[in-house]
Structure formats: structure tokens, C-alpha cells
Write a protein of this length. Structure first.
Length: 143
């Protein structure tokens, strides 16, 4: 059994409510995806051991879609599966360690990111800071 997930790591043009307020522009991950070197870690709640591996990324009109495999060999990976099955994990969240080409958004503390150069992790979370960064699919077997 290989649990698989899919969801949006971020949605375009929406300010997050995590204190950072970054707004990510459409297409900002395209060069990272094309390089084949985009490999952020999969964590739970932005901390601890890796709970799986992100396998595929694509951009669409909504945001950055991520597909991954959860690791049942790790305690945290098994716990994440239990929480997904119980409906406790609802979304994904990009890590705060993002490096991007950005400009300030006038009148706010936020910035508009139009090209991302580095993102170290994407986490499964109970409540995503970006309300459209949702976990869309889960399967207990191979997708």
C-alpha cells in the first residue's frame, strides 16, 4: 500500500493569513519545475521528519498543484495518513523559507512574488494559510 495525495501548495494571487501575507503570482514556479531540480521536502506542519516525497508539480489556473507519496515507514507519515483519513488535514502550505523575486505591495507588509528561486518544503496542514491551498485527493493505494 502506497498512500498518494494531491493538492495545491499555493493558489495564485491570494494573500496568506500567516503573518507574511505573500501573494504568489501565476507562473512563478515554472522555471523551477522545468529545471527538474524542484524537490521541496514533505513535512507535517512545517516541522519534524519528512513524511513522504513530492513526486510531481504542475501549474494551472488555480495554483501550484503537487502530487506526492506518503511514507508509511515513518511514524509521522503514518500519523499524517490517520489524520487525512479522519478529515483533520485539509490543505497544504508552502514553507516560509521561500526565496523569490518580489516587490512590496503598497500600503501593506506583503510582497508580490513573481518568480520563485527556492522553496525548501511544502507541508500538510490542518488549516492552510492560503484558503485555496487545499488537499484535493487522497488514495490509500497507488494512484
Amino acid at each position: 500500500m502506497t498512500p498518494m495525495i494531491a493538492g495545491y501548495a499555493t493558489a495564485w494571487n491570494i494573500a496568506t493569513h500567516d503573518g507574511e501575507g505573500d501573494v504568489i503570482g501565476a507562473g512563478s514556479f515554472a522555471h523551477l519545475i522545468a529545471s527538474g531540480k524542484f524537490a521541496p521536502r514533505m513535512l507535517f506542519g512545517h516541522q519534524g521528519e519528512e513524511i513522504g516525497r513530492w513526486l510531481q508539480f504542475s501549474e494551472d489556473e488555480i495554483g501550484l498543484l503537487a502530487v506526492g507519496r506518503l511514507d508509511l515507514c515513518s511514524i509521522a507519515g503514518r500519523r499524517a495518513v490517520e489524520m487525512i483519513e479522519a478529515g483533520e488535514i485539509t490543505g497544504l502550505s508552502r514553507g516560509a523559507n521561500m526565496v523569490c523575486l518580489a516587490r512590496p505591495i503598497p500600503g501593506t507588509r506583503s510582497r508580490y512574488c513573481k518568480r520563485v528561486f527556492h522553496l525548501g518544503e511544502i507541508s500538510l496542514v490542518r488549516h492552510p494559510a492560503n484558503p485555496r491551498a487545499l488537499l484535493l485527493n487522497y488514495t490509500a493505494g497507488t494512484a
